[in-house]
Design a protein around this ligand. Structure first.
Ligand code: GDP
Ligand code: ZN
Length: 450
């Protein structure tokens, strides 16, 4: 349902700023703007569309601020409705007064994301592009921003539409097979359909890039493991370039996990220094050990740190034997006389990658950083990365696989429900089949004024 009222909101971030913007959208936007805004130096005439005008914000006889205003008449606007924006000095008080003024003149306070929702409802953008607007606002790094731009450009939409078209083709073939049984036998029809389905499933599976998705939206989780005193905290601090963890030479000082973030090639890297992995009875240390287990389980890469100045002890050996291999073994303290070498490590685990460093040497920290950079390379091929889109594609693939099974067991007509369900899942991405609940959930994540 398209609501016909006029909405208003503060479009700029809360608090004081250089400028503050009030935005309105709806049939009354122009009328309300003309009531509260007086162009400077001339009599009020009909506002020209898409032209920034200088003037005054007034509440009856009271002048509230010097400002600029612009009217964008439908349909050439963000929402495809009449949109008015007033740019004020960004003081908290004056911006709120301006909003109250617009509400007093008949506007309604906009819900979160309602401007973008109207743009979607009025057909200006599809759902994946509406989400891209939100991702753009929340993008914390270069790669998240890039992904949002791709999606805003309609990357995901056209991608998904091409799959949906392929699926329509298969559905049409199925319909022909059902309607003209004398021309296409069930076996022939099922055979053709299965071929098409196999290709579509493989194309869809190739289209989702979960690794890239995780990197873009969550960053790379790196766990530093190793027995106490090998230099985990020192390496973490050296990588982050700040004193994040407490470093002492009393074994077991790092009681809790300590995390820090850095950025490599525009991706977030979250480093977690884990507490000592020894069995312990000390309750405080126990909590730390449990968290360290969790950090290890969830890590995309693990750095197993060893003290190069000491022979491998049983703790080191156990860690080495259980090392996942996802990550590297880091021999630390190479600025001191060494008791461990790559050969020592490879005698225990020939398959692991070794790096030798000193936490005290910036050059070797640079090498470690470059090693981690290898984990955050993503393919520049167009792929679906938005978590909601991945979920929808996975469900579509599941329905298509169900259809394959159905075709093996029953006649082709039974498979048509599976194909319809797959189609529905795919079109959730662009919003062609999104229900109100899904829309509410998506737009509720927006901020007010967007
Ligand atoms: P953790 O228990 O594994 O977190 O180890 P720490 O980072 O707390 O380091 C234990 C001790 O080793 C501290 O005294 C550090 O200063 C020292 N240390 C750590 N890395 C190096 C290094 O590369 N070279 C030298 N010489 N000392 C280091
Ligand atoms: Zn530590």
């Amino acid at each position: 349902m398209i609501r016909q009222d006029t909405i208003a909101a503060i479009a700029t971030a809360p608090g004081s700023g250089g400028i503050g913007i009030i935005r309105m959208s709806g049939p009354e936007a122009e009328k309300i703007l003309c009531r509260v805004f007086k162009p400077a130096g001339r009599e009020q005439t009909r506002m020209e569309s898409h032209k920034l005008t200088y003037g005054w914000l007034t509440d009856g006889p009271e002048v509230l601020d010097e400002c600029m205003a612009v009217l964008m008449r439908a349909p050439r606007s963000y929402t495809r409705e009449d949109v008015a924006e007033i740019q004020l000095h960004g003081g908290r008080y004056v911006v709120h007064r301006a909003l109250e003024l617009c509400l007093k003149e008949g506007a309604r306070l906009a819900d979160a994301g309602e401007f973008t929702r109207r743009a979607f409802m009025n057909g200006r953008i599809d759902l994946s592009r509406a989400e891209a607007v939100m991702d753009m606002i929340s993008a914390g790094g270069e790669q998240a921003h890039k992904a949002a731009v791709r999606q805003l450009n309609g990357g995901a939409s056209s991608f998904v539409r091409s799959f949906a078209d392929e699926l329509y083709g298969l559905q049409a073939g199925l319909a022909a097979c059902i309607d003209y049984p004398e021309e296409i036998s069930d076996e022939e029809g099922a055979g053709m359909l299965k071929q098409g389905l196999e290709k579509l499933i493989s194309d869809l599976e190739k289209a989702v890039d979960e690794h890239a998705s995780r990197l873009i939206y969550q960053g790379l989780q790196v766990a530093l493991i190793g027995r106490p005193n090998v230099g985990k905290s020192s390496i973490l601090n050296a990588l982050l370039g700040e004193d994040r963890a407490i470093v002492t030479n009393i074994p077991g000082t790092t009681r809790d996990t300590v995390s820090g973030e850095m950025s490599i090639n525009g991706f977030r890297i979250i480093l977690t220094d884990t507490a000592g992995i020894r069995e312990t009875e000390d309750p405080v240390e126990k909590i730390g050990v449990e968290r360290s287990e969790k950090a290890r389980r969830e890590a995309d890469a693990t750095l197993l740190i060893l003290d190069g100045t000491e022979k491998l002890n049983s703790d080191d050996r156990e860690l080495l034997e259980h090392f996942s291999g996802k990550g590297a073994v880091v021999i630390n303290k190479t600025d001191l006389p060494q008791a461990v070498s790559e050969e020592t490590i490879h005698a225990v685990r020939p398959d692991v990658y070794c790096i030798t460093v000193s936490a005290k040497d910036p050059e070797s920290m640079k090498q470690l950083r470059e090693y981690l950079a290898g984990y955050v390379e993503i393919s520049d091929q167009l792929a679906l990365t938005q978590p909601r889109h991945l979920d929808a594609v996975k469900r579509a693939v599941q329905h298509l696989k169900d259809a394959m099974i159905t075709l093996d067991r029953y006649t082709p007509d039974v498979a048509s429900t599976d194909l319809q369900e797959a189609q529905a899942a795919l079109s959730e991405i662009t919003g062609d089949s999104a229900d109100e609940k899904l829309l509410d959930r998506i737009f509720a994540q927006f901020c007010v004024g967007k």
